[in-house]
Design a protein around this ligand. Structure first.
Ligand code: NAP
Length: 276
């Protein structure tokens, strides 16, 4: 078994994930795994970084596929005996003018951004080594979408006692409400992406609380963040930040020094803790 520290980035064949891997290859003292759902696109991305003199490793990971997540889990357990850095970056967004019915957008978006990210956490968080770092890439849109929720929902999502099961129940209810066209009546905002990212931010707060309760002595720091508005296939060419700039906050959280006791369980943008 290797004693080398190991970092994993999801959805890293392009965009912000690719830039995070690039930065980690330069700054993280260990093996860095570029993961992608499509091995061809993943290997191509690895080759691109190799041309820059960097040495990422590759592992397939489709966060929508539990078997794929478990294969990565078993690989990490066997080869490294755990994991030091996990960046949950993979995500999707329908374009604003996409005419796919809203209920379908809700189901597909929540499936990857919330349920897929949660499944990765369920399988990989138990592998996190002491002083490990977990970064869940959310979005400022989670904050604006929270503001668009009913008072009752806002209270639930801001609660310091909400459980993971309750959060899963709420995310499932959103998808069901869109299918019945009652989501606005039920207090939801009209954004599937926004609700999926509320899920990611609240999940991060819950997971950090669980780490405090169950693994306090392990000094693991877990946060949600927004990369900013970044020029990628998702956000388009008008966005203000380059992918390398978008990687800065996630990489800052992934590389917090071992003597740092925070941020933990926070929502961070531009390397600054934001109120939730
Ligand atoms: P992007 O260029 O579209 O890249 C998304 C990445 O996620 C791609 O590598 C994609 O792989 C991967 N992915 C999607 N579904 C996946 C799955 N089921 N399993 C594994 N990988 C999957 O988007 P981006 O702008 O870099 O976004 C990265 C993250 O930042 C997302 O979580 C996004 O919500 C968040 N974010 C972005 C912005 C922004 O302005 N760009 C702002 C706030 C937050 P494929 O190539 O195979 O599709």
């Amino acid at each position: 078994m290797s004693n080398v520290p190991v970092a994993v980035v999801t959805g890293a064949n392009k965009g912000i994930g690719f830039a995070i891997v690039k930065a980690l290859c330069k700054q993280f003292p260990g093996d860095v795994y570029l993961t992608a759902r499509d091995p061809g696109r993943g290997q191509e991305a690895v080759a691109k970084l190799q041309k820059e003199g960097l040495h990422p490793l590759f592992h397939q990971l489709d966060i929508d596929d539990l078997q794929s997540i478990r294969a990565l889990r078993d690989f990490l357990k066997e080869k490294y005996g755990g994991l030091n850095v996990l960046v949950n970056n993979a995500g999707i967004a329908f374009k604003v003018h996409d005419t796919t019915p809203f209920a379908v957008q809700a189901e597909v978006t929540l499936k990857t951004n919330f349920f897929g990210t949660r499944n990765v956490c369920t399988e990989l968080l138990p592998l996190m080594k002491s002083y490990g770092k977990v970064v869940n890439v959310s979005s400022m849109v989670s904050s604006s979408a929270l503001g668009g929720c009913s008072q009752e929902l806002q209270q639930k999502f801001r609660s310091d006692t909400i459980t993971e099961d309750e959060l899963v129940g709420l995310m499932t209810k959103f998808v069901e409400d869109t299918k019945k066209s009652v989501h606005e009546k039920e207090g939801w905002p009209n954004t599937a992406y926004g609700v999926s990212k509320i899920g990611v931010t609240v999940l991060s707060r819950i997971q950090a609380r669980m780490l405090n309760e169950k693994r306090k002595g392990d000094h693991i720091l877990l946060n949600a963040c927004c990369p900013g508005w970044v020029r990628t296939d998702m956000a388009g060419p008008q966005a203000t930040k380059s992918p390398d700039e978008g990687a800065e906050t996630p990489v800052y959280l992934a590389l917090l020094p071992s003597d740092a006791d925070g941020p933990h369980g926070q929502f961070v943008s531009n390397k600054t803790v934001r109120p939730w």
